[in-house]
Design a protein around this ligand. Structure first.
Ligand code: MCN
Length: 790
């Protein structure tokens, strides 16, 4: 009996063999005979005016083919690096959008900003020559923290953005919240830092621009999660039509959101390749990644939660300073505004919510989406408030949560901040997590630990996540300049094997396997005969990309709908071949059959007939079996979960041991439970990294990145990770997509910071520690214990 490979099976990932045997084709593995190599010279200063750049010596150095500066790009009319959203401030004005150039023109605004490129026969020659470039900088004062950048007298980054303000976003009902706070029995107040993170994919970014002389067009290899977006924006900058650029994104060693952006190097390599008529290759060194990949989070938030004497949430007021960095990156403005604020109701019924977010320019690397992107920030804020409310009211952490949670019977539920959740049973998910975590027996474990001088804590995080980004209609209403549909094309070959081309991108998520599972279920085609193709605008006609846990909910739905079209056409062919009326032909178990008879034709015979149109009703039906579907969701897919962490703290050293982690997630219909579990583990590693150790620090005096290598920037390792018990609840399939699926790729990164911080504060409660900011390093815990007033 053949193994079940359809939806719901834990099929092993078909794409893994090359990776495990060293046969992956990562960008630096690709051979480009005769390629030139590019060294990007980056600003050593956080803020400076460029008075002059002398490149003559470098240009004459051995092996050098060209030295380019911003002036060369300007002379060629190369356009700006424009963000993909234009959000609007509360006074109705558009966000301040100062120009960002691929290579700086007159001024640099963060350490690492490109100031020139040297292109040479080999990389060493390019790097050596770069040292000969003389730049006369007029060094300016720098500002790196949002609150400082807003002070009067702070260094100003952009003329077009007075006071360093990019936008002042507002959402919700201010009067209703003011009224709630006025009548509240208690107002819970917290000041929270959401620490800045650096992406740490195994493979750094890389871009290779090739000039295709025959086609007079550019082939751009890039480690990007969004090949079609890159094609669009680079074509626009270069003044080309999109059909003059083919973007190929080969195997990728992790993306994590960082590789979903449009980066200067993409524009530079495409332009330089066309200008020189050569292939130009750039691969980031790790130290370059630290100062040129977008960074994540960096919020300072003041939050106030009004509650009545029963612990019912009456209103929530949130004020966030979001550090945008030196320029607005691709999604840099909409993550801390539209995406983050949409989830400030979380799993709770809070009837009045008002949020203000000030986007602030600073002399730091631009921030943008990083796994979770706005949703970990919302979850952390809400769950810290819920814990604090539990402490202040003495209602207990479960009690306060349960009192305010949206129930399954309330669905669909329109939150006070905007979104309408279609389904979900948040209390049930939390109960199940408590059951698995042994919540009821925790106080016993705490007491036992204390006998050994160890302080145990248990932490809870319930969250809802807007996966399946994004409904284009909603995104456009909030300022998106592009659509967020996904597209899938299925090409059935004459032998019944098939290829599906999707605009999503697989950089570790297992798409080659899970999309094949969907097709195997829908079309009855053996799993092994299905090829999934992504990451090449030359073969995938159109698409959007992978981010926001959208591939299954949006891309998978497009694929499902393309399969529907294949079946619809197959039925027509079958009706003809079986001499039956169309209405009597049904498709099931990989065959087309006439209802109530034993007349049937296998899917592969229909495929053969489609390409041998000899006996074929050509006047009614085109030959071929090849269909495309576009899918744009009507709403987000609201994944949700309850995570519970248990920790033990050594008060002498502040060391935290993460003893166990329970994750119960509702991601609707599960395509592949094993892959989902892997996704959860990966996300948890990133969330645990954020809460326990990751911290991107800039020198407030001169804007230098102090954590510019893995010697200074800690990332979690295998021994950081606790035992993870996870469970998926499929009882609430998404109601508006054909698969019933919700996204899972970011769940771990969303739940973990809140759950672990909650556990740590619980463990420290006996010391009177009520407040501590991420990352919760041993040092910060030791200091908190030793400065707290018990
Ligand atoms: N899946 C499933 N059933 C569901 C939902 C998902 O079987 N109900 C499977 C999917 O088929 C897919 C995987 O789980 O194989 C993740 O699906 P989805 O939640 O749709 O997320 P995306 O594929 O869109 O991936 C994006 C998400 C994000 S935003 C980041 S960041 C991220 C991530 O996923 N970066 C990753 N996972 C990563 N995993 C790896 N290895 N590397 C990264 O860079």
């Amino acid at each position: 009996m053949s193994e079940f490979t359809g939806i719901g099976a834990s099929v092993r990932r078909k794409e893994d063999r090359p990776f495990l045997t060293g046969a992956g084709t990562f960008i630096d593995d690709l051979e480009f005979p005769g390629a030139l190599h590019c060294h990007v010279l980056r600003s050593p200063h956080a803020h400076a005016r460029i008075k002059a750049i002398l490149t003559g010596q470098a240009a004459n150095a051995p092996g050098v083919c060209a030295v380019f500066t911003g002036a060369h790009m300007a002379a060629d009319g190369i356009g700006e690096m424009a963000p993909l959203w234009q959000i609007t401030s509360k006074d109705g004005s558009p966000m301040k959008e100062p120009p960002r150039w691929a290579i700086a023109r007159d001024q640099v605004r963060h350490v690492g900003e490109p100031v020139a490129v040297v292109i040479a026969d080999d990389l060493a020659a390019a790097a050596d020559a770069a040292e000969l470039i003389q730049i006369d900088y007029d060094i300016l004062s720098a500002t790196v923290m949002s609150e400082n950048a807003l002070q009067s007298g702070a260094p100003q980054l952009h003329e077009a953005a007075p006071g360093n303000v990019c936008f002042e976003w507002e959402r919700g009902d201010k009067e209703a919240v003011d009224a709630a706070i006025a009548v509240a029995d208690r107002v819970i107040k917290l000041d929270l830092t959401n620490n800045r993170l650096v992406g740490a994919a195994v493979e750094t970014r890389g871009v290779v621009g090739c000039w295709d002389a025959a086609a007079r067009s550019i082939i751009l290899y890039s480690t990007t999660q969004t090949p079609h977006h890159i094609r669009k924006v680079v074509a626009r900058q270069l003044g080309l039509t999109e059909n003059k650029i083919r973007v190929v994104s080969p195997d990728m060693g992790g993306g994590f959101g960082n590789k979903g952006k449009h980066y200067p190097e993409e524009t530079i390599m495409a332009w330089a390749a066309a200008k020189l008529g050569r292939t130009v290759k750039w691969i980031a060194r790790r130290d370059e990644s630290f100062v040129s990949d977008t960074q994540g989070r960096d919020h300072q938030t003041h939050a106030e939660l009004a509650i009545d004497r029963h612990g019912t949430f009456l209103g929530l007021r949130v004020q966030t300073l979001a550090n945008i960095g030196a320029y607005i990156s691709t999604f840099g403005a909409n993550i801390p505004s539209a995406i983050y604020t949409a989830l400030l109701s979380g799993v709770y019924k809070t009837p009045a919510i008002h949020v203000q977010v000030t986007g602030v320019f600073t002399n730091t690397v631009p921030t943008d989406a990083y796994r979770g992107a706005g949703r970990p920030e919302a979850c952390y804020l809400l769950e810290r408030l819920a814990d604090q409310a539990a402490r202040e009211t003495g209602m207990g952490r479960l009690g306060i949560r349960k009192r305010n949670m949206i129930a399954a019977a309330d669905m669909p539920f329109t939150t006070a901040i905007g979104p309408t959740y279609d389904c979900g049973d948040f209390p049930k998910i939390l109960d199940r997590a408590c059951e698995i975590a042994g919540y009821a027996g925790f106080e016993g474990r705490r007491a036992d630990a204390l006998k050994n001088g160890r302080y145990r804590g248990l932490g809870i995080a319930s969250f809802v996540e807007s996966s399946g980004i994004a409904p284009s209609r909603m995104a456009a209403a909030m300022g998106a300049r592009v659509g967020y549909f996904e597209a899938a094309q299925i090409r059935v070959d004459a032998d019944g094997g098939l290829r599906a081309m999707l605009g999503t991108h697989n950089h570790g998520q297992g798409h080659a396997t899970t999309f094949a599972q969907i097709l195997s279920t829908r079309l009855g085609v053996p799993f092994a005969r299905i090829e999934i193709i992504e990451g090449d605008t030359g073969t995938v006609p159109i698409g959007t990309g992978t981010f926001g846990s959208r591939s299954i909910a949006v891309g998978g739905s497009a694929l499902n709908n393309a399969a529907d079209k294949i079946i619809a056409k197959g039925r027509k062919i079958a009706a003809h071949m079986l001499e039956a009326s169309l209405g009597d032909v049904e498709f099931a178990d990989g065959a087309f059959a006439v209802t109530g008879t034993d007349k049937r034709i296998a899917f592969e015979d229909i495929a053969a007939a489609a390409y041998r149109p000899a006996d074929y009703p050509l006047e009614e039906l085109e030959p071929g079996l090849d269909e495309t579907a576009y899918y744009d969701p009507p709403n987000f897919a609201f994944s949700n979960g309850a995570h519970i962490a248990e920790v033990e703290i050594d008060a002498e050293t502040g060391r935290i041991e993460l003893l166990g982690y329970v994750a119960v997630d509702d991601i609707g219909t599960v395509i592949n439970p094993m892959i989902v579990e892997g996704q959860l583990h990966g996300g948890l590693a990133q969330g645990i990294g954020q809460v326990l150790m990751e911290h991107c620090v800039y020198d407030p005096g001169n804007g230098q990145l102090l954590t510019g290598s893995f010697m200074d920037y800690a990332v979690p390792r295998a021994d950081t990770m606790p035992q993870i018990l996870s469970e998926l609840d499929e009882s609430q399939p998404c109601t508006h997509n054909p698969l019933g699926a919700k996204g899972c790729g970011e769940s771990g990164a969303i739940g973990a910071p809140a759950a672990v911080a909650s556990a740590v504060l619980d463990a420290l409660s006996g010391f009177g520690v009520a407040e501590i900011q991420m990352p919760l390093t041993p040092e910060s815990i030791w200091r908190a214990i030793n400065t707290a007033e018990a």
